[in-house]
Design a binder for this molecule. Structure first.
Ligand SMILES: Cc1cc2nc3c(=O)[nH]c(=O)nc-3n(C[C@H](O)[C@H](O)[C@H](O)COP(=O)(O)OP(=O)(O)OC[C@H]3O[C@@H](n4cnc5c(N)ncnc54)[C@H](O)[C@@H]3O)c2cc1C
Length: 552
């Protein structure tokens, strides 16, 4: 495989040679470093590279150049290489332009000149960006292929599972690829039970479940130890943060995730208010970084497994998983978050995965290039979804029950207002959906007048809120009427702890009504429903778990 390319551009020859030297020194084992001494020459190079189908990983461009500025160069170059990482080289006087570029072109970073010492000011930033690029654009590992049709909900489920677990694969659309269709037809049950996953060694798996597939491709689905200090249920921001801190502080830690790490945050196209990421970070990137970090400290992470029940066997706690196996431990952290509410309208359930999607369904976005899509809901996740799909769709329409978008952060409302291809319909609900083998249209009803009208709709992405996912501890720990888990002082009723609480000490801040079972993040009553607070709660719980462990 030819090495991917880093392209450096600066009109000052001395600076260009210095940056080329530093880049080669650190990156030449894995990347080819090439240079250009003007924006125009840079664009010619980019066109040539595209013709040769070369992979460009990163542009490092001086902002202030005669003729074409760094930002102008990036606007053009990104049309050919939209996934390449982009960094501007700036002087102090150019920081304003760089900040504008963050919004205009999704600039990843701006580097103030001089960048000495490169070990501190250049390499860490670029290492990080290149790791991100690799994670997104790695070629399919030796060609695992998922063959199915866009009209198959089970194909969508497998694609979603793989992409949320950052497992590279190649999608083969059997409606378009006749050779692959013949191949699949020759596999027993192939065409009738899609998708078929084809491995590089030639073996197929017909309509696998996520767990079967996870086991086949080497994702961990079973515990390695007989006993743990801490079992974390749920791999969203709260569970991942707890795993990082617990494992780094020496606790034998295992995290159980039913789907893919990242949780709700992992489905976000761009999180813009998480501290330390001024140009935002996609949920998938955040999940990848946190998962790597937890593993690096020695936490085990098992996926495609549900924690179905938790029981006491004092002083131990036992967590039962969906495959019937059990995890024995001293302490449990419930970080199971929230799940999206389902849209109750006739016909909707029939089209889930074939035009109706809950959440952002990032893996499907490219399929709706040039199409008309609807986003249902008026919260931040709906706003982020609308912005994301507006990059692909011809027209995005947000339908919201409320009279205005006041549940959405102002920065998103502003962007939606500015976007040329996003419309907002307020006081409007979806009253039914229709289609034959896939979604073709929906009926919208205006709440005030009761007027209903049919519109064509290629895809509908639903973001109408969520409910806590805490059924696995029903009857085990105290929950409120909505199902949120009660912890700490929330357990008090008229100044008394629940009857089941027999210890002399009070429950810790994030401890539930069962000693040694803790809760953090969105599933906990009173939590803030934000990435940062879930991370904060998950981390803070670990010190309480240490205190608890000193008592058992
Ligand atoms: C589309 C979207 C965009 C968002 N954007 C932002 C934003 O920009 N900024 C912000 O601050 N917040 C944002 N949020 C909110 C934020 O993502 C949540 O507050 C945060 O993810 C909560 O973290 P958590 O770990 O508590 O729970 P979750 O993220 O809900 O994670 C819980 C995890 O537990 C797993 N799980 C549940 N039950 C079980 C079980 N029985 N066994 C095993 N695993 C289980 C789930 O599969 C899930 O992965 C957004 C939310 C959404 C949906």
């Amino acid at each position: 495989m030819p090495k991917p390319i880093i392209l450096a551009i600066d009109d000052e020859l001395q600076v260009l040679n210095a940056i080329e030297r530093d880049l080669r020194h650190h990156f030449q084992a894995e990347y080819r470093v090439i240079k250009a001494n003007s924006g125009t020459q840079g664009l010619e190079t980019v066109r040539l590279l595209k013709q040769r189908d070369a992979a460009v990983a990163l542009f490092l461009v001086d902002e202030r150049m005669p003729g074409i500025s760094g930002t102008q160069f990036l606007i053009e170059a990104l049309k050919l290489y939209p996934d390449a990482r982009r960094v501007l080289l700036t002087a102090y006087a150019d920081t304003e332009a760089a900040i504008t570029a963050i919004n205009q072109i999704g600039l990843d970073h701006y580097l103030l000149k001089p960048w000495e010492p490169p070990e501190q000011r250049l390499y860490p930033v670029l290492d990080d960006l290149l790791a991100e690029w690799q994670a997104r654009t790695r070629p399919p590992f030796d060609g695992m292929r998922v063959a199915g049709t866009t009209l198959s909900a089970s194909s969508y489920a497998i694609k979603d599972f793989l992409s949320r677990n950052l497992v590279p694969y190649q999608w083969v659309d059997l409606d378009l690829d006749t050779a692959a269709r013949e191949l699949v037809a020759a596999i027993p049950d192939g065409l009738s039970r899609l998708p078929v996953v084809m491995f590089p060694d030639g073996t197929p798996m017909v309509q696998p479940t996520p767990r079967e597939l996870a086991e086949r491709i080497g994702l961990q689905t079973r515990a390695q130890r007989p006993f743990y200090d801490l079992v974390v249920v749920g791999g969203g921001p709260a569970g991942l943060a707890a795993s990082v801190y617990a494992a780094s502080e020496g606790l034998r830690t295992i995290l159980v995730e039913r789907d893919a790490t990242g949780g709700q945050a992992g489905t976000s196209s761009q999180i813009e208010n998480y501290l330390g990421f001024p140009s935002g970070i996609s949920g998938a990137d955040l999940a990848r970084r946190a998962t790597t970090q937890a593993r690096r400290f020695g936490a085990e992470i098992i996926s495609a497994q549900d924690a179905t029940c938790i029981r006491r066997n004092d002083p131990y706690r036992v967590v039962t998983l969906s495959d019937g196996s059990e995890l024995n431990c001293y302490a449990v952290l419930l970080a199971s978050g929230m799940e999206v509410r389902r849209l109750e309208a006739p016909g909707v359930a029939d089209f889930v995965g074939v035009g109706v999607y809950y959440g952002a369904a990032l893996s499907e976005a490219a399929m709706y290039r040039g199409k008309d899509v609807f986003v249902i809901g008026g919260g931040n996740s709906a706003g982020q979804g609308a912005m994301f799909f507006s990059r692909y769709a011809r027209q995005v329409t947000i339908a919201v029950r409320a009279p205005k978008l006041d549940a959405m952060s102002q920065y998103l409302v502003d962007r939606i207002t500015e976007a040329a291809n996003i419309d907002v319909l307020t006081r409007t609900v979806v009253s039914s959906v229709r289609g034959s083998s896939r979604l073709e249209g929906i009926t919208l009803t205006e709440l005030e007048s009761g007027t209903a009208r049919d519109v064509t709709c290629d895809a509908m992405f639903v973001f109408i809120g969520s409910a806590p996912r805490t059924q696995m501890v029903e009857g085990i720990v105290e929950r409120d009427a909505q199902g949120f888990i009660l912890t700490g002082r929330d357990l008090l009723t008229d100044g008394h702890w629940p009857k089941s609480w027999v210890l002399e000490r009070d429950p810790f801040l994030f401890e539930t009504s069962v000693p040694g079972i803790f809760a953090a993040g969105d599933a906990r009553r009173g939590s803030s429903k934000r990435v940062a607070s879930a991370v904060g709660e998950g981390s803070a719980t670990v010190s309480m778990i240490h205190q608890y462990l000193s008592t058992v």
